[in-house]
Ligand binder design. Structure first.
Ligand code: ARG
Length: 575
């Protein structure tokens, strides 16, 4: 039974509000002694012409809200609902343990297409920690939407087009080194790109040559296209290695180049609708009524730009996927760009512009961390991952020594890779995405803190309890009703936080904020550890309560791994 829904159904019969609205209004009270759900009565004050506390008292007195499972009490302007602890425990545990594709899975999104555009690095440029932000957020959002039954299309809008490729072609012909390119393509491409900018200051003919080369590329000249394609393919090999490590996959890599031949149609459409204006030789769409600067569609030399490709992309996506939602996981600095793109479409009469959303995120900073960076100031994701894994490995080896566990080198490597990468991913998704992130080794690898290592460790330790139960021949799985014995303060707090987990997944999707999930599993892990530190499990004499607690342990494992999986983090069975 979905308790929140049941309360909404009963309430709506009394208040006359719709079930949906009632459902949305129901809150989770800040303290356990205030019940499981609270209904604020403010919205009814106007129609009923009564003070909210009086309304709350009337509602709470209604017998139809109460039975052996539900209790209702008014406190000030709220009606607080209490669910019988035994009932909540057995119901929750049963639901968690019997849900095949996850306790939080639902059919909310059935029949709906969501495009999640994320990662979208620029070809021939290093993949730095900022790209990791969009990659990790987007990966998590795709998983979240999928869990809720949406049909998700994961798109990587590669920055594989634009004037910079004219520069790279010119630079490569002048200074490119074949061997270095094959060895470490991105470093070599970056080297000649930087050199181009230095030399260009004193040699305007370079600028001209780059412009010509880009024009040739747009016109499909074979040599320029071949060179560009080589740079693109080589860069993708490097990016895909990182994606593999992060378990990130895409349905397509339709980058900027993919849309270049779709732009003439966009230009025609805008011209037909009378929206194109000439400004200093360029073709622009004025956006004064949206309080935005004009959006350039074609430059004075007739070449396309970033924005025109994005406009073409929205139209292509609408036609191909008929999306219900089209989200862009891109840094906050591009907010203006997206407002312009969506506004041009809106002005041209495309309603789908309302279903496009820019999901922005903050900056990445480092506290007391030194990297042997290969490229000046930017920190490469690969370096961050490698350091994190190496540091995690040290801790794992140390812990194993103290506890006397013997693990093979291979096992240690595997655990270090999963936990180390998990620690990095978690740092990106543990706070609201618009906040800047500050990396520090002490914080991200703190096995007691709000970190992936803490969560994975909680999981692994709980697994070991279950293994021990199996070794001792305890079969707890057959009688799930036993879970109704879990009514102590600590058990109740833990079960309640588990029962609230699906809601956190819904909220994460509604706000495109994976941290709603990380926060919830972190709470569950903390509640579990409080319970675990004060309760015996395996060596308990009461056989029924022992089984009930083992059921609870299994539910905790399921939820932690489900939650971490939604964030893109692996668990390990022991560490
Ligand atoms: N390649 C761009 C960058 O690295 C991000 C692309 C964002 N997506 C888009 N549809 N414009 O800054």
């Amino acid at each position: 039974m979905d308790h929140k829904k049941e309360i909404a159904v009963r309430l709506s019969k009394i208040t006359g509000l719709s079930e949906e609205e009632t459902f949305k209004l129901l809150e989770i009270p800040p303290q356990l002694d205030m019940g499981d759900f609270a209904f604020p009565c403010f919205v009814l004050a106007k129609t009923l012409r009564k003070a909210p506390p009086m309304i709350a008292a009337d509602i709470a007195a209604d017998e139809s809200l109460k039975d052996s499972v539900f209790e209702a009490k008014n406190v000030g302007p709220y009606v607080n609902f209490f669910i019988d602890r035994s009932h909540l425990a057995s119901q929750t545990i049963k639901d968690v343990l019997s849900s095949g594709d996850g306790y939080s899975s639902s059919d909310e999104g059935s029949g709906k297409n969501v495009i999640v555009e994320f990662s979208s690095p620029n070809i021939a440029k290093p993949f730095h920690v900022g790209h990791a932000f969009t990659t990790i957020l987007g990966n998590s959002l795709s998983r979240i939407y999928k869990k809720l039954g949406y049909n998700v299309i994961r798109m990587n809008h590669l920055g594989d087009y634009g004037t910079q490729f004219g520069k790279l072609i010119t630079a490569f012909r002048l200074w490119g080194d074949e061997d270095k390119l094959n060895e470490d393509p991105i470093t070599e491409l970056l080297r000649i790109y930087v050199k181009f900018h230095e030399e260009e200051k004193n040699d305007p003919s370079l600028t001209e040559s780059a412009r010509e080369n880009f024009k040739k590329l747009e016109d499909g000249c074979p040599e320029e296209v071949a060179l560009w394609k080589r740079f693109r393919d080589m860069s993708l090999v490097v990016f895909e290695k990182l994606y593999k490590r992060l378990h990130v996959e895409f349905d397509n890599y339709n980058g900027e180049s993919f849309y270049s031949d779709k732009i003439p149609a966009v230009v025609d459409m805008l011209r037909e609708k009378g929206l194109l204006t000439e400004s200093q030789g360029a073709q622009v769409v004025m956006l004064d009524e949206y309080d935005l600067p004009p959006c350039i569609i074609l430059k004075s030399d007739g070449t396309t730009i970033y924005a025109s490709r994005d406009i073409a992309a929205v139209l292509y996506r609408k036609e191909t996927y008929n999306f219900d939602k089209n989200i862009y996981v891109v840094g906050i600095p591009q907010a203006l760009h997206f407002r312009q793109v969506f506004s041009v479409l809106k002005k041209a009469g495309y309603e789908c512009a309302d279903n496009c959303e820019h999901v922005g995120f903050g900056l990445v900073k480092f506290k007391n961390m030194k990297f042997s960076t290969r490229d000046g100031n930017i920190v490469l994701l690969e370096d961050l991952l490698n350091e994190a894994v190496a540091k995690t490995r040290e801790v794992i080896v140390e812990n194993a020594k103290t506890r006397g566990t013997d693990m093979t080198e291979e096992e240690i490597d595997d655990i270090a890779e999963k936990v180390g990468i998990g620690a990095v991913i978690y740092t990106y998704v543990k706070s609201g995405r618009e906040r800047d992130i500050v990396f520090s080794w002490e914080e991200m690898l703190d096995f007691e803190g709000d970190t992936a290592p803490y969560l994975i460790y909680t999981y692994a330790r709980t697994r070991s309890i279950l293994r021990k139960a199996a070794e001792n021949g305890i079969d707890y799985s057959t009688d799930k009703e036993k879970a109704s014995l879990l009514t102590s303060e600590e058990e109740y707090a833990l079960i309640k936080s588990i029962a609230d987990f699906p809601g956190s997944v819904n909220k994460a999707a509604a706000s495109n904020e994976p941290f709603m999930i990380s926060r919830q599993i972190s709470l569950i892990a903390r509640n579990f550890n409080r319970f675990y530190n004060n309760s015996r499990i395996i060596n308990l004499e009461d056989e029924d309560l022992k089984k009930a607690r083992l059921l609870l342990c299994e539910a905790v494992c399921d939820i932690i791994s489900e939650g971490l999986d939604l964030l893109g983090i692996d668990v390990v069975e022991r560490m």
